[in-house]
Design a protein around this ligand. Structure first.
Ligand code: PEP
Ligand code: MN
Length: 346
């Protein structure tokens, strides 16, 4: 359900609160012209009260039976704020999970180039235990003279690869005019780094019934990323996976600077799962495994990695793509660390 206005107040129900007591709070909020958003966690039920803060604070909620605490949400982001959901959000797609104890291993080519190249990669990453298949159909390229992706034809190829391997498909939506085709072929819709603040596109995916993978812009702050996610959540779609993929700094020895500190901050600030893209940050394949390991160690909920059967022939991002024949070894190294930290590849 789309939310009109942002929750200003959180009402945390005590562990012994009954459903009737929660209903009583909600009814009182509604009577006062406010809306309520209920979130049931393992430990507690939290009610987000949406309405004028001045009016809400006039209701003596602290004294209501079952109410443990009443807190204002001071952050500019509300629906994605950690406070609003007592438990971490787990995104489930076709039986694959990302979040909490489930680590997502998303892999596939940067770009769908041919049917054979995509199927070959999909089979290799599926056999190695990847949990989702990535692949670009519509590519956001810096130069208008480089390969822009196969578009709708690539969506068909991805659909076939997804069906054959059973892996959910992640692909990027660049243009609101392609929503229908992309949503139809994709299991998770990616909003790329360049579109992180394309607010109309964000609102568009806020109205679809598929999870969204939202990549951080290389020049966006953590708060700007969370506000971008808020645009999506506000329209009703709260199935959002955030992705750190490297930011622009003075450092030029890598393609981007992978901001792992921000991953730790995001884990504090939001209940949404946070994954890392070591491929685009590294820019070269030798660095992908060390950065992937670091992502696991910092507490990321997954990684998204590029792989190609013959990276030397790739039409895009060849130097950073892992040869598909080596993906199995890579996945093994990552899995070992994931399990060491008490999680499992979902
Ligand atoms: C991608 O993942 O295909 C991509 C283009 O990455 P980014 O948007 O992070 O540059
Ligand atoms: Mn790429």
């Amino acid at each position: 359900m789309a939310v009109n206005g942002s929750p200003e107040l959180l009402i945390v129900m005590g562990p012994a609160a009954t459903p009737d007591q929660t209903e009583h709070v909600v009814a009182r909020l509604q009577e006062a012209g406010a809306q309520a958003r209920i979130s049931h966690g393992r430990q507690a039920t939290v009610i987000g009260a949406i309405g004028q803060l001045e009016m809400l604070v006039g209701i003596p909620l602290e004294g209501f039976p079952g109410v443990e605490r009443v807190l204002p949400i001071l952050k500019p982001y509300k629906l994605v704020a950690r406070e609003l959901a007592p438990d971490p959000t787990v995104i489930e797609v076709k039986g694959r999970r990302i979040g909490d104890s489930a680590f997502g291993l998303i892999a596939g080519p940067c770009t769908v180039e041919t049917r054979e190249q995509t199927l070959e990669t999909a089979r290799a990453v599926a056999a190695a235990g990847a949990t989702m298949l990535r692949g670009g159909a519509f590519k956001p390229r810096t130069s208008p003279y480089t390969f822009q992706g196969l578009g709708v034809d690539a969506l068909e190829i991805l659909r076939e690869a997804g069906q054959e391997t059973g892996l959910p498909v992640v692909t990027e939506l660049l243009d609101p005019r392609h929503v229908e085709e992309v949503v139809d072929a994709a299991d998770v819709v990616q909003i790329g780094a360049r579109n992180m603040q394309n607010f109309l596109l964000l609102a568009e995916v806020g109205r679809i019934d598929k999870p969204v993978l939202l990549k951080r812009s290389p020049s966006a702050s953590v708060e700007e990323l969370l506000m971008a996610a808020e645009y999506i959540a506000k329209e009703g779609n709260e199935r959002i996976i955030l992705c750190e993929r490297g930011i622009r700094t003075f450092e030029s020895s890598l393609r981007y600077t992978l901001d792992l500190g921000s991953v730790a901050v995001l884990k504090e600030e939001t209940h949404l799962p946070v994954i890392v893209d070591p491929s685009h940050a590294a820019g070269r394949r030798a660095l992908v495994l060390p950065l992937a390991r670091a992502a696991v160690a910092v507490g990321a909920d997954g990684i998204i990695v590029e792989s190609h059967p013959r990276p030397d022939e790739a039409l895009c991002d060849g130097p950073q793509q892992l040869p598909s024949s080596e993906f199995d070894e890579f996945a093994g190294e990552v899995r070992e660390l994931v399990e060491l930290l008490g999680k499992e590849v979902g």
